[in-house]
Ligand binder design. Structure first.
Ligand SMILES: Nc1nc2c(ncn2[C@@H]2O[C@H](COP(=O)(O)OP(=O)(O)OP(=O)(O)O)[C@@H](O)[C@H]2O)c(=O)[nH]1
Length: 309
């Protein structure tokens, strides 16, 4: 009887499977295969030293990607050339694997003479394209490691009146090779009005100099109105004003990632809502300032991090 039941179940399963054999199952197959294999994502961060690059990356991915970082003093910086340093972590979320590589560019924009300081960076990007092209033209195409730089977060200092010559030159040198997302660093140093002015200025200059920054894809027409509105607002926020923080503070009874100042707290995101990849410390500039009703604690990266090695 048991055998009969098992056979019947198997037959029914097979007939169900049979119904779905056809090209209609292709998206599912591709989806399953991609999820199983995981994704490679390479994110480059560039901007002068101290702009909060490592803090933002750590807060975006809730991990400490810069454990071994050695901070240089002013004398050492004078002779420092631009370097390319890669940090890699494996992240898994809801069964989807992501191999995240952060390409850091220490030394960029820090020298007395910054002439062509983006050259090692463009060379690196070109090398990755060439390597990928070689691998694709080779015999073993199954396990190609994609090291191409998919996106570059470019940190614009909050202290100036717009883009500096080095910012313009950097973005122009890279815009045909990589998706550039310009960010206004350390936005908590500016008032909402100042942020707005700086954003307008940066947008104007991006247009004026013909810089092609990353354009977010068009929203599907069948999305609901609320989503469309959110998408529109998000696109209008570019260049994003960002605030990084690796500390957890308590504000209005909630644990949030934020920056505790003598005058208040600049809030990030509530710890209850933390979802490493969905969470971003990217703000539109309307950061709330609460009352300091909690202590600052070091961010327990090991607790929240879902990263492997
Ligand atoms: N006010 C403010 N300070 C920040 C922010 N993000 C980082 N910082 C602080 O700025 C300093 C430098 O931050 P890092 O993240 O080390 O800067 P970096 O760009 O990675 O520096 P390099 O590794 O030298 O290139 C630290 O003291 C941070 O705590 C921010 O959003 N606002």
């Amino acid at each position: 009887m048991i055998g009969l039941n098992a056979n019947t179940a198997l037959a029914s399963l097979m007939s169900q499977e049979k119904q779905y054999v056809g090209f209609a199952t292709l998206p599912n197959q591709v989806h399953r295969k991609s999820v199983k294999k995981g994704f490679d994502f390479t994110l480059m961060v560039a901007g002068e030293s101290g702009m909060g690059k490592s803090t933002l990356v750590n807060s975006l991915f809730l991990t400490d990607l810069y454990k071994d970082r050695k901070l240089l003093n002013a004398e050492e910086r004078i002779n420092q050339t631009v370097e390319i340093i890669k940090h890699t972590v494996d992240i898994e979320e809801k069964g989807v694997k992501l191999k995240l590589t952060i390409v850091d560019t220490p030394g960029f924009g820090d020298a007395v003479n910054n002439n062509e300081c983006w050259k090692p960076i463009t060379d690196y990007i070109d090398q990755q394209f060439e390597q990928y092209f070689r691998d694709e033209s080779g015999l073993n195409r199954k396990n190609i490691q994609d090291n191409r730089v998919h996106c570059c977060l470019y940190f614009i200092p909050p202290f100036g009146h717009g883009l500096r010559p080095v910012d313009v030159e950097f973005m122009k040198a890279l815009h045909e090779k990589v998706n550039i997302i310009p960010l206004i660093a350390k936005a908590d140093c500016l008032t909402p009005n100042e942020i707005k002015k700086l954003k307008d200025r940066v947008r104007e200059e991006i247009d004026k100099f013909g810089i092609k920054v990353y354009q977010f894809p068009e929203c599907d027409s069948d999305e609901d109105e609320e989503f469309k509105q959110l998408d529109k607002e998000l696109k209008e926020c570019t260049p994003f004003a960002v605030i990084g923080s690796n500390t957890v503070v308590e504000a209005r009874g909630q644990r949030v990632r934020g920056r505790l100042y003598p005058w208040g707290i600049v809030e990030g995101i509530s710890e209850e809502h933390v979802d490493p990849l969905a969470h971003s410390a990217v703000h539109s500039g309307d950061d709330q300032v609460g009352q300091p009703d909690g202590e600052s604690h070091p961010h327990p990266a090991s607790v929240h991090s879902r990263c492997g090695h």
